[in-house]
Write a protein that binds this ligand. Structure first.
Ligand SMILES: [Zn+2]
Length: 115
């Protein structure tokens, strides 16, 4: 499946090829505040259609994850990170996908707080 998503104001738009049949919520310090439902894909399956210069980057702790958000509307629709094996990944906030039925998505809670 190819999904389209982006931020609220429309400055950031992306396309991602993924099979999203479940989502992850996480209880770490940032996810618990943001309330994201996440799905993951290799960065090679992700295409930023517009908005590279509208992105602001927030990093903390080990600084391995780029918690990106739109400078204009503040919505964080995706993030970038690297797996321990070096694979570049994107995290997709499924709440930001177009016409995506996240209410019926099975969601697993990840214990990020203890990791
Ligand atoms: Zn925006």
């Amino acid at each position: 499946m190819i999904y389209q998503g982006g931020c609220h104001c429309g400055n950031i738009r992306y396309e991602v090829e993924a099979n999203i049949d479940s989502g992850i919520t996480c209880n770490c310090s940032i996810c618990s505040k943001k309330g994201h439902i996440l799905a993951f894909a290799p960065e090679s399956h992700f295409k930023l259609l517009k908005g590279e210069t509208s992105l602001s980057d927030y990093q903390f702790n080990k600084k391995t994850i780029h918690h990106l958000f739109c400078k204009n509307c503040g919505v964080s629709s995706f993030g970038r990170g690297t797996m321990p094996d070096g694979t570049k990944m994107v995290s997709i906030n499924v709440r930001c996908l177009e016409e995506f039925d996240f209410k019926n998505l099975p969601v697993t809670e990840f214990d990020g707080k203890s990791h």
